[in-house]
Ligand binder design. Structure first.
Ligand code: PLP
Ligand code: COI
Length: 362
């Protein structure tokens, strides 16, 4: 599809590469432009790149009342050849359509999504952060725009992409393990619901649990299934643990767990990593018992924003603490982190098709 370039005057655009001293708290900074396309009369139309600025939305828009909205999260990296590469965004494009199906929203051609992401990064390439560990976070999202107070799927939508030059998601980065709260008080998803999608509402529903977790010094809740029997995932990342023989275990993808592209990638990379990576239902009691008996020696979270975030300890509502191993970052988690980020940043060869170069067109 043709994309219209309705850009800021050159004098108002970034003129040089972002300074290495620029603070980059995750998700705070924006680039000069965004991509927009609208769904009207049964088709996507008017693909355009425009200045990043507020847009108008009807006060009666269905997204504002009934939360018909979803998003994706992906990243682009600068490689030693000074070119920018997006990482596995075909998987994000596909998952966006899966979320759209779950939320009764229209799908959007995957090639168009990829084309739009690349075109936008190309326009705003001077916003690429060059600090170690930083990347360009890509946030595609879609929301219902029809002005109607009846509860039904909207007839019109907007799909947009914004970019955020970002540092690590957790301020401690990979240097300090995080703490997760294990609680039976809150649940993220139930079977038959929207857990497998990146519905905006899933995240709204996780905020109360997130605030509760903070009272225990934890970054997020480790959610259990609705019966409080199995481990599911954290608020913004999948969960993993590592047994003493080096086997990495990721809870099975059910319809209450987001199919993490990071987890799927680690599974695909198991031979190169020299680690066995399996998925299975992980019963909470067994998990706790194996941490205590030191059969489980490492744990953490996988995610685009979180990358590999080792967990040093779990806290419970009675404030008791369960330390994983000796509470520090373990050798297996470090190996996975280094391999995965090495591959994203072009220091290690990635499987075919995982990285796509952002061509210079503008
Ligand atoms: N689970 C949830 C709830 C998330 O928000 C995320 C982040 O996207 C993940 C898991 C990790 O998924 P991915 O690796 O695709 O980023
Ligand atoms: C991501 O990892 O991209 C996410 O979507 C998590 C988050 C920042 C909500």
């Amino acid at each position: 599809m043709d994309i219209a370039y309705l850009l800021k005057p050159k004098s108002q655009r970034r003129k040089e590469q972002l300074k290495p001293t620029q603070p980059l708290p995750f998700g705070q900074l924006r680039t000069d432009h965004m991509f927009l396309i609208d769904y009207e009369d049964g088709e996507w139309q008017n693909a355009r790149i425009v200045p990043y600025e507020p847009f108008t939305i009807s006060p009666g828009a269905i997204a504002l009342h009934y939360g018909q909205a979803l998003f994706e999260g992906a990243k682009a990296f600068m490689h030693p050849d000074n070119e920018i590469y997006t990482f596995r965004i075909d998987k994000n494009a596909k998952r966006l359509n899966k979320s759209a199906e779950i939320l009764c929203m229209p799908s959007i051609d995957e090639k168009l999504q990829i084309q739009a992401i690349h075109a936008l990064i190309d326009v705003d390439r001077l916003w690429f952060p060059i600090q170690n560990g930083a990347s360009l976070y890509i946030r595609p999202f879609m929301f219902a725009t029809e002005d109607s107070l009846g509860v039904h799927p909207s007839k019109s939508y907007r799909y947009a992409i914004i970019l955020s030059p970002s540092g690590p998601y957790y301020p401690e980065g990979f240097t300090k393990p995080i703490r997760l709260l294990i609680t039976k008080k809150f649940h993220r998803a139930v079977s038959g619901g929207t857990g497998e999608s990146k519905a905006a509402g899933n995240y709204a529903a996780s905020l109360r649990a997130g605030e509760f977790a903070k009272q225990f010094g934890a970054s997020q809740v480790l959610y259990l299934d609705a019966q409080n029997k199995y481990i599911e995932e954290a608020g913004a990342m999948n969960h993993y643990h590592i047994e003493k023989d080096g086997t990495v275990v990721i809870p099975e993808f059910t319809d209450t767990v987001l199919r993490s592209i990071t987890s799927e990638s680690i599974i695909e990379l198991q031979n190169s990593l020299g680690l066995k990576v399996i998925q299975k239902r992980v019963a909470l009691d067994e998990f706790i018992g194996k941490i205590k008996s030191k059969e489980i020696i490492e744990a953490g979270g996988f995610g685009t924003a979180a990358v590999v975030s080792p967990v040093g300890e779990y806290v419970f509502e009675d404030n008791s603490i369960l330390t994983v191993g000796d509470g520090s970052i373990g050798a297996y988690s470090r190996k996975i982190y280094e391999y995965y980020t090495g591959l994203q940043t072009g220091k290690i060869a990635a499987p075919n098709g995982w990285l796509k170069k952002v061509e210079k067109r503008i």
